[in-house]
Design a protein around this ligand. Structure first.
Ligand SMILES: Nc1ncnc2c1ncn2[C@@H]1O[C@H](COP(=O)(O)OP(=O)(O)OP(=O)(O)O)[C@@H](O)[C@H]1O
Ligand SMILES: [Mg+2]
Length: 375
């Protein structure tokens, strides 16, 4: 096994790195790949933004499949996604027989609902763990986990530490320019059954601006929603998550009127749980009176949402067992009629039982419209 075993790799950004002369393959990477071949298992790839993680993942995958191993690729980068669209973790299988395409088709996905980790650690960690388990259960001999470039500061340490606790990998591949990963590596160094491979960054890595990153995400969304069709769904058939709808007691018309006086607009729908209240209105409302609404509903927190601002919200559509079916874009939300209209590439909506609300809004063209209104 050596450098010569890697023939060509297409860049995860879709550029053709068609020949070995353009793609730098460092001997330390090949050595780490060989160490993994000696003890196959779960491999977590860590590195900052623009450190070449995804490209290295592709090089490793080619080395391992050339050596006859079936590789499960778990794309835990929810922003610069290479498997499936952004906001979801994707799992793809690469077997020795099938060459590695620029964007491998996901076998399955897990909805996180955001293009960056803050505020979404739980689904990100749970989802990565779930897809790693699926990969192992379905016969992957090596599972490679690509990650986001969030490596600095306490939140990053928390995310990576908890992820490593959940995954219990046999190998961590630490792609660093200097010692930027050391604060994270110190947290797990010496853990039994874990081998850390510190490897250098290629000098050919291309830095990408925020605008280029956004354009990449929008392109991935556009491609995903290109074949989208409209579906009308009924609330009564659905379970909602992230926006915790249908968890409280629904207010009757008289109660809505009381809330309406405070908000200076008649609510379309409201519910109150033990702690939180949720109110839907159409159009503007008086934010100054939110404390009065809290008092009226006897809750400590209240969320008032203008349904017009929900348009474009990214949704994760799930089956009755919580299994991911597809992403959707909310087109219309009618709390009075108890219906919602979604745009999704899923052709048959009959299995949709769960709707998870994401934290961003999109146009069907892929254009990002900003945060969802409750963030
Ligand atoms: N070994 C390499 N040889 C030549 N070019 C490379 C190499 N590694 C990365 N690049 C270039 O740098 C770009 C960024 O690399 P890559 O996407 O792998 O980094 P990343 O760390 O995964 O980035 P992100 O933070 O967006 O996830 C690639 O599109 C490619 O053009
Ligand atoms: Mg990447």
């Amino acid at each position: 096994m050596g450098v010569a075993s890697v023939k060509s790799v297409v860049s995860p950004k879709g550029e053709m790195i068609g020949s070995r002369s353009e793609l730098e393959i460092l001997p330390e990477w090949v050595h780490a790949a060989e160490m993994v071949l000696g003890q196959p298992g779960v491999v977590v790839l860590l590195g900052g933004s623009d450190s070449g993680k995804t490209t290295l993942g592709r090089i490793l995958t080619e080395i391992w499949t050339t050596a006859g191993r079936t590789v499960g690729l778990v794309d835990g980068d929810i922003g610069q996604s290479s498997i499936g669209p952004p906001t979801a973790i994707g799992l793809a299988f690469i077997s020795p027989k099938n060459p590695l395409p620029p964007h491998p088709s996901p076998l399955t996905m897990y909805f996180v609902g955001s293009t960056s980790p803050p505020g979404h650690f739980l689904p990100l960690i749970l989802g990565t763990q779930s897809l790693v388990q699926t990969a192992i259960a379905q016969g992957a001999e090596i599972v490679l986990v690509d990650t986001t470039g969030l490596i600095q500061g306490a939140p990053a340490a928390s995310l990576k530490w908890h992820k490593l606790q959940a995954l219990r990998p046999q190998h961590v591949l630490a792609l660093q320019r200097e010692d930027e990963l050391e604060p994270i590596l110190r947290l797990v160094e010496g853990q039994s059954g874990l081998e850390i491979h510190r490897v250098p960054v290629s000098s050919r890595v291309v830095h990408r601006t925020q605008a280029a990153r956004r354009a990449f995400r929008e392109g991935r969304f556009r491609e995903y929603f290109a074949s989208a069709v409209r579906h009308d769904l009924e609330w009564k058939d659905l379970r909602f998550s992230r926006l915790w709808l249908n968890t409280g007691r629904r207010l009757d018309r008289d109660e809505l009127k009381v809330v309406g006086v405070s908000l200076q607009t008649m609510p379309l729908y409201a519910e109150a749980g033990e702690e939180e209240g949720l109110v839907f209105v159409r159009g503007s409302f008086s934010r100054a009176a939110l404390y009065q609404v809290r008092n009226a509903l006897q809750v400590s927190d209240v969320l008032v949402i203008d349904v017009e601002e929900l348009r474009g919200t990214l949704l994760g559509l799930h089956d009755g067992d919580g299994g991911f079916l597809a992403l959707g874009i909310l087109q219309d939300f009618d709390p009075e009629g108890g219906t919602l209209r979604v745009l999704s590439p899923l052709q048959d909506p009959s299995r949709i039982r769960g709707v998870a609300f994401g934290s961003l809004r999109l146009e069907a063209s892929g254009k990002e419209l900003g945060d969802a209104p409750w963030r």
